[in-house]
Design a protein around this ligand. Structure first.
Ligand SMILES: *Cc1c(COP(=O)(O)O)cnc(C)c1O
Length: 374
């Protein structure tokens, strides 16, 4: 981080101890090993620092979406097993094998490609088979997966370490979809059992599955957002006591009085009914702070919630503090605690009309990250 960037008043503070706590809480609750998901810059928390921290905490496995993310972790000294969850492209396979990254094999054709690449390198590829049980994203359909599974069991150049699927509706405890998906997944695993082969690791549960579907925990769980102390759905019930690890903090950069009827920001979409005090905060949609929070977001200043007014700009937005006072450099909390007040990622997601995942992963590299604990 350059010195100037590290002086930016806007920053993300990551509490690594909260991540430690969440990992333990999830492990205790699920009673099986954890594959912590650190894709998308560890849900905005910072891929390498979080990956190294989880390794220090003794996490059994990490999961990322893309091969580049896995390579970045390896280059930073992460040595725990890493599964790349995304679909693979033929030319990337050698990179997986040479960086010791586990491969998601999602079709018979891709299995053949992995075998060819592994044979050419003279080194076995470690693979997890992806079964599609209802997501219709990647994977071989559970109803026609037998030849695929048999080919994987017979493969000389692939070590079959895992078999998995992904839940489409696990954030809704009432959805019948999860039970159906579990049943289809266990049906696929039965092909291995019947062949008398050793059962690879069966994993199915994302955060929603961890929270709401104990029967889906199987041999390993794959929590992402829950590791960071955020619930997959703002309405979900917290069956595990997790702590939010991320705060988003800034400072007042400007103070003024806006006269009644004088509009604020682009498009002149909002104007006060009476003279009011307005402060400017130096963060905007160019940092990943959602523009959809225009005139409907909230921030904390001096322990009190105040509304965003007018449109969020690329690098700044305005807040109406009414009759309250605020000074330049006063701390502004966008996500986190101040005095007795709290604003959560879930609150922002509700106000912005999106999900907490999009809020967290949207926070980009322009915002410096600061770590404590660990
Ligand atoms: C992203 C992802 C997860 C983690 O999902 P959360 O809802 O964040 O827990 C687990 N498995 C797969 C295959 C994923 O793509």
């Amino acid at each position: 981080m350059s010195d100037l960037l590290s002086q930016r008043p806007t920053r993300i503070k990551v509490d690594l101890d909260a991540i430690t706590h969440n990992l333990r809480a999830i492990r205790t609750h699920a009673g099986v090993p954890v594959m912590a998901i650190v894709k998308a810059n560890a849900y905005g928390h910072g891929l390498v620092p979080v990956g190294l921290h989880l390794q220090a905490c003794g996490v059994e496995q990490l999961g990322v979406a893309f091969v580049e993310e896995g390579i970045a972790l390896r280059e930073a000294g992460v040595t725990v097993p890493i599964l790349v969850l995304g679909g693979i492209f033929g030319p990337q396979i050698a990179q997986f094998i040479s960086h010791d990254l586990e491969i998601t094999v999602s079709s018979l054709d891709k299995l053949r490609q992995v075998e060819t690449a592994a044979q050419a390198l003279g080194r076995k590829a470690v693979i997890h088979l992806k079964i599609d049980t209802g997501m219709e994203r990647i994977g071989v359909h559970s109803y026609s997966c037998r030849p695929f599974i048999e080919a994987a069991m017979a493969s000389r150049w692939c070590e079959l370490k895992g078999i998995y699927s992904h839940l489409a509706c696990a954030d809704d405890p009432a959805s019948p979809m999860t039970g159906q998906q579990l049943e289809r997944f266990l049906g696929a695993c039965a092909h291995i059992e019947r062949a008398g082969a050793p059962m690879p690791l069966r994993h199915l549960a994302n955060s929603g599955g961890v929270l709401h579907f104990p029967e889906a925990h199987l041999d390993m769980v794959r929590p992402g957002i829950l590791m960071y102390g955020v619930l997959p759905d703002p309405a979900s019930q917290a069956t595990i006591n997790v702590r939010a690890a991320l705060s988003l903090v800034s400072q007042v950069v400007y103070f003024k009085v806006v006269k009644a009827g004088h509009p604020v920001s682009y498009g002149a979409t909002w104007a006060p009914m009476a003279d009011t005090r307005v402060v400017t905060i130096p963060i905007g949609y160019g940092d990943g702070y959602p523009r959809s929070l225009s005139s409907c977001g909230q921030v904390l200043i001096r322990g009190k919630q105040h509304p965003l007014v007018g449109r969020v700009c690329m690098d700044q937005f305005m807040v109406d503090i009414g009759g309250d006072s605020a000074w330049n450099e006063d701390e502004v909390i966008l996500i986190g605690h101040q005095a007795d007040a709290t604003l959560t990622t879930e609150d922002l997601a509700l106000a912005a009309g999106t999900i907490p995942y999009e809020i967290l992963t949207g926070l980009n590299e322009r915002i410096p990250r600061e770590y404590r604990g660990g």
